[in-house]
Structures are given as C-alpha cells and as structure tokens.
Design a protein around this ligand. Structure first.
Ligand SMILES: Nc1nc2c(ncn2[C@@H]2O[C@H](COP(=O)(O)OP(=O)(O)OP(=O)(O)O)[C@@H](O)[C@H]2O)c(=O)[nH]1
Ligand SMILES: [Mg+2]
Length: 676
C-alpha cells in the first residue's frame, strides 16, 4: 500500500490557453520538489513532459501529461494539458480525473479563447477553480488591469491570495499577512477580500464575520477548502515559471487549500434512472481519462482515476457492461514518460495500467457491472478531411495507423463513406488533423491526399403522413409477399433516439415474428435517407396495418415493404434537409475586424459577439453553416497575413435555405433513381 491515504491526495488539471506556461509550471514543480535535477525547458526542447516529436517541433503540448509531486505531506497528482484550441480534447478529458482545475493565464496575453472555454467547462463540471497568473515578468504585462479584467469576466468570487512584489521577483501571501510592499494592489484589501469570500460559504461564518468584523487566519484556513468547493472563492496566485517565483507558494497552496478527493466533487454511478454514490471503501470504480501508446512497442497505457476501492495488480478490470475482465498486471504511477510500478492503488489516486483494451471515458470496475460515471462533454469533431492513400496498396496501412490515433485521441473520428469510398477523418481543426497526418507520415510511413469531404447534412420531416407498400414477387416457384401500412410524425429536433418505433398491429395482419424485418427496412432507410442520401432523424413511425401470405411471406419481403412504405410516407411528410451550424470564435488583430465580419456575413454567418483582448486582438463570435467554411482556414490566413486563428464547435442543426437545399438534393437525384 502507498504511504499515504485518500485525504492526502490532491488532483489538479492545469488548463488554459496555449503559451500560458502550463508545461513550464510543471517543470518548475518537478525541479522545485527535487524530482528533476535540471529545470526542463519547452523552448530548449529539454522538457520532461513535452517529449513527443510534434511537441518539440511546434513548441507546444499536443496531449496531456501526468506527473506527481509531494508538498506539505500531500501527494499532488497533476495533469498538464494542451492549451491550443485544436487540442482541447485531452484537456476536457482531464477534468474527469480531478477535484480542481488550475486555469493558467499568460500575464501578457490576458483572457484568451481557451482560458474562457476551460474556465466554463470546469465551472459547469463543478470543479474547484484556481487562477494562476504566470509570465509576471513579461515586459508588456499590466497585472493590475489584468486582475480587473479577470474579475469582470469571472465575477466577484475572484480573490488574489498572494501578490507580486519586489518587481516580480517574489510574492507576498495575503492569507497570513495584512500588509507589506507589493507591485500591485494592497495586501490589506486582498486579505479582507479573502475573509469575505471564505465567509460566504457558510451562514454561521457570515454572521461571525459581521459580528466580529474579521475572521482569524486559523478559521480562514479551516474553511478555505469548503469555500473553494462551494465556488464562493476562486483564488488567484502569481508565478514566473522560469525564475522559480511563486512556485513553492503555489504547491503549498494546493496542498493546504485545494480539496482532497474526500472533499471535492463527488462522483456517482448512473445506471438508467438510478444514481448511486461511490464509496471510497467500496469495490473498485475508476474512469479512463487518457490513453497513451508507445509508438515503438505499440503498448497501450490507459490512465485512470480511481474513485472508489483499492486495486491490486492481480485484480481483473473491465469496462462497464463487459462480462469478462483482464488481469490488471502492472499498476504504474507516471512522471512524464517515466513510470514506476506500485503495489496498490487507493481511492482518489491517478495511475496507469498497460495492455488493457480500455478507452477514454470508460468507467472501469473490478467485477462485471453496469453504470457509468459522467464525463464532461467532449467537443464534437467538426473539421473533416477525406483522405486517400497516395500509393496504391497503402489502404490497409492507413487503417492500422488511424486505429492507433482513435485509441489515444478523444476528439478524432473516422468514418468510411460507402458511397464515395473515401475515408473521412474528423477532428477539432486544421492543426489537429495536420498533426495526425504528420505523425502518420513519420511513424507509419503512410502519405495521403486530402480533400474536403461532403457535409454531414441530415434529413427530417415536418408533417404527419401515411405510407404504404405492397411487395409481391413471383419468380418461378416460391414467391415473396409482404404489405405494410404505416404513419410517420415529426419529433422534436435533436430527439434521442432519432427514431421512435411503434408496433400498432392488432389482429395479426402482420405476424409479430416479422416485426424485426419491418424494423430493419425502416432503420436502413434512416441511414440511407429519402431525400438526398443523408441520415434521417427525429421521426416517430407507427406500423398500423398490413397483409401477409401463409407461404410467400418472408423476412426479405417485409423488410422491403417496410423500407419502401417508410420512404413513401417520408416523401409525403414535407421532408427537409438540415445542416450543421457551428459556433465559430475568430481571434484576429483588431484592424481586421471589418474584413472578417464582412467575410462571415457572406458565408451566411450570424454574429453573436465581439470582445477585445489585450495586445490589440479581438475575438469575433458567430454562428455559421459548416458548409460555408470548407476554405475558411486559408481565407482567414490570407485576410490576416497568418495572424488570425479560429475554433469551431457544433451548435445545432437547422433547415437549409430552399435555394441551397435544391442544389444539394439535385446532386443526389441520379443516385436516388439508381437505387429504386
Ligand atoms: N518570461 C517567461 N516566459 C515563460 C514563463 N512561463 C513560460 N514561459 C515561456 O512561454 C512559452 C510557453 O510555455 P509553455 O510552458 O510551453 O506553455 P503551455 O501553457 O504549456 O503551452 P501549450 O502546451 O501550448 O498549451 C515557452 O517559451 C516558455 O519558456 C514565465 O513565467 N516567464
Ligand atoms: Mg504545454
């Protein structure tokens, strides 16, 4: 057993925009606690964490890294996450494993796209939040203004718990001290603010504070964790990751003031309507938040957070719903790429196993059982490329390579388009997919040609209608006979499941044993579409009547009758084409705002907001049809001379305007006639 218990563990995900200094802070933690003898540097390519070739080449993290250090007798498990918007997947998944999200802000860059996204995700997932303002030595940093801006954006819950002093060479603690020389703001005000924020977490404390005019340091410290968990305080700390300023203070703060697994967000196992708390001393429950693959040996390492129970190397592990498990084998604690075996894992800890076929998001048990622990919602990959092998015969190699990325990347998806014979890969953005194609080239020696794939339109109906089909075929001896009457009705947009199935047959006009065949025909059409070859959604179908023949009625006859009766009804039910609308956030130098908004308007974009950032940058947000964005990456680059960037995520589906719909449907007419 480890020499610590669950209450001694602190789990922290370090999140925030790219370049904020997250990996550098982790290097500083490793160095400051004596784990590394030299301070690793991202820029000098000597980082102990950013070890991947792509990370070294582009000088930023592309996957999460797991490490742990000790401070004030606590074991601090840390997940360093990538901050580039295209690599947000591993950062979102990391939130599943922790009680606290540490949002790092670059003092010179301010609140950037991913700072806001990760802050909102952490809050919506009920995690404790800490802000770290790093790069306090940056020449153009205006720390006072930044704190004001952060407060505007995060709200009054923000409270500096230390302040930079001595020209950014030190920090002064404001929990224990009430005065002192600082570079910005007053220690006394910060001290009072902390007391107020902490008192807010409890009625009795508010009364005590109002009665006595203050609270002792002892009381503040004793209640700090509760205030963080309740969200009445979001502390701010200052650091310079390269010069060891504020690093020990930050580690001690995490050890003393951030929630342990017993105090922070409590996870539950959800199974249908039932929700069951997880017991720390109950059977083992864990969740996979990262999968690493050693590209040389192809060994897979699922990384897990243990929520309940103790795990030994001889246990069997299985994902929710699996009947059989596999022997756990080595249990490991990782430090970047290095790992050491441990003889047991306790509730609350973060660890890895090897060679087990587990996936990101899997809830894992040591006995067969159902139910899952909720994960924060991962972004839907909306940026796609159709890929074909450059050399003939490489198709199988591409398939193998792609499978490895599917194992490790939570926002990478692949579908085969049976119609165009294309493999369509999807990710969060151009940078994301380029990274995967680069790795495919370097690690698996496969090269591909790419082109924009077809847009994932959908089809639905807007009215109620009846449908009918009589399938009768007489070929020599045995014939085929089946007749189906049905009704379709629209469901609410975005319904789950997308098809509501109702078997309203009375008196055996269609024998019940043909229900699966009719359903098969209907579900086939749900995938194939009736209008233009896209998936149908949000439809209620009721099979109301039919006829059968004692000899000639066969499954195949009812499948065809079901499918074509369904198509008949859909085409009468005022079908429409739906298109994906994405939320786009474009960050550009402010003098390009006019050009960008004009260009977005031409793409049928609807502006939803604009926000100024430090450094004369502006964020423009808009909702735009995905179909209008296939060339956006190069267009943005040419408008801004390469200085603009954008992110997009699925918002919803809505009707395609009539003109555009006609041209999409027209393109699919020939295939439609061929099919029938
Ligand atoms: N001057 C100064 N530079 C810093 C500081 N912290 C980090 N840097 C530099 O800032 C750059 C980005 O640092 P990283 O640690 O890679 O940033 P990150 O947040 O991990 O970035 P992503 O991995 O892309 O999300 C590197 O060149 C660091 O050397 C700091 O406190 N002061
Ligand atoms: Mg990094």
């Amino acid at each position: 057993m480890p020499g610590y218990t669950t209450k001694d563990i602190r789990n922290i995900a370090i999140v925030g925009h790219t370049g904020a200094g997250k990996t550098s802070l982790c290097e500083a933690f490793l160095h400051s606690t004596g784990i590394t003898t030299r301070l690793g540097s991202v820029t000098a390519k000597t980082s102990h964490l950013d070890l991947d070739e792509e990370e070294k080449e582009h000088l930023h993290s592309i996957d999460s890294h797991v490490l742990h250090v000790s401070a004030h007798n606590k074991v601090i498990n840390i997940i360093d996450t990538p901050g580039a918007p295209d690599f947000i997947g591993p950062a979102v998944a990391a939130l599943a494993a922790v009680e606290t999200a540490m949002v790092v802000v670059n003092a010179a860059g301010g609140i950037q796209v991913n700072t806001r996204r990760m802050r909102d995700m952490a809050r919506n997932f009920d995690l404790g939040r800490v802000i770290v303002i790093n790069h306090i030595d940056a020449e153009n940093a205006d720390l006072g203004t930044l704190v004001t801006m952060l407060r505007k954006s995060f709200g009054d819950v923000l409270a500096p718990v230390n302040l930079p002093a001595n020209g950014g060479k030190a920090v002064i603690d404001c929990i224990s001290r009430e005065g002192g020389e600082t570079d910005i703001l007053s220690v006394a005000e910060a001290h009072t603010n902390i007391i107020e924020r902490v008192s807010e977490c409890d009625e009795a404390l508010i009364t005590k504070y109002l009665d006595e005019g203050t609270l002792s340091e002892e009381i503040v410290r004793a209640n700090f964790v509760r205030a963080m968990v309740a969200g009445t305080i979001v502390p701010i700390l200052f650091t310079n990751a390269l010069k060891d300023v504020g690093i020990k203070d930050l580690l001690e703060f995490i050890a003393d003031c951030c929630p342990s697994p017993l105090e922070g967000k409590q996870r539950t196992i959800v199974q249908g309507e039932k929700e069951e708390p997880i017991k720390v001393d109950g059977p083992f429950v864990g969740q996979v938040f990262k999968v690493a693959v050693d590209h040389k040996t192809h060994i897979k390492y699922p990384f897990m957070r243990a929520f309940g129970g103790t795990l030994k190397p001889d246990a069997q592990l299985m994902a929710s719903g699996d009947r059989k498990g596999n022997r756990t084998g080595h249990l490991m604690k990782f430090e970047g790429a290095d790992h050491k075996d441990v003889d047991a894992v306790i509730a609350g800890d973060i660890f890895a196993v090897s060679k087990l076929d587990l996936h990101i998001g899997n809830t894992v048990f040591a006995e067969p059982r159902e139910g899952t622990v909720a994960m924060p919602k991962l972004p839907t990959p909306m940026y796609s490329l159709a890929v074909t092998a450059k050399s003939r015969g490489d198709e199988a190699k591409i398939g193998d390579a792609v499978r490895r990325f599917l194992d490790t990347d939570p926002c990478f998806k692949v579908v085969h388009d049976p119609e165009t014979h294309e493999m369509v890969i999807s990710g969060t953005g151009d940078q994301h997919l380029r990274m995967i194609l680069n790795k495919m080239h370097k690690l698996y020696k496969v090269d591909v040609d790419t082109k924009p794939p077809k847009i994932p339109y959908k089809e639905t109906i807007t009215a109620k209608a009846d449908g009918h089909y009589r399938h009768k075929k007489q070929t020599g001896g045995a014939g085929q006979f089946g007749e189906v009457f049905l009704t379709v009705e629209p469901l609410e947009r975005g319904s789950e499941p997308t098809l509501s199935w109702n078997w309203d047959i009375f008196g055996g006009t269609i024998p019940i044993n043909f229900e699966p065949a009719v359903k098969k025909g209907v579900t086939e059409l749900m995938v194939e579409g009736a209008l233009a070859g896209f998936h149908l959604q949000d439809i209620k179908v009721s099979i109301t009547d039919g006829k059968h023949h004692p000899v000639d009625s066969k499954e195949v006859a009812f499948k065809i009758a079901g499918k074509l009766a369904f198509k008949d009804a859909i085409l009468k039910a005022k079908p429409v084409l739906l298109e994906p609308i994405v939320n786009v956030e474009v960050t550009v130098p402010s003098d390009h705002v006019g050009d960008i908004t004009g260009d977005l308007a031409q793409r049928r974009g609807r502006p939803t907001g604009q926000e100024m950032l430090p450094g004369d940058l502006t964020i423009i947000t808009a909702q735009v049809p995905l179909s209008k964005l296939s060339d956006y990456h190069s267009r943005l680059s040419s408008i801004t001379g390469g200085k603009g960037s954008y992110t997009m995520e699925l918002s919803h589906y809505e009707n395609v305007p009539a003109m555009d719909a006609q041209s999409v449907i027209a393109k699919y007419q020939p295939r439609k006639t061929e099919e029938e």
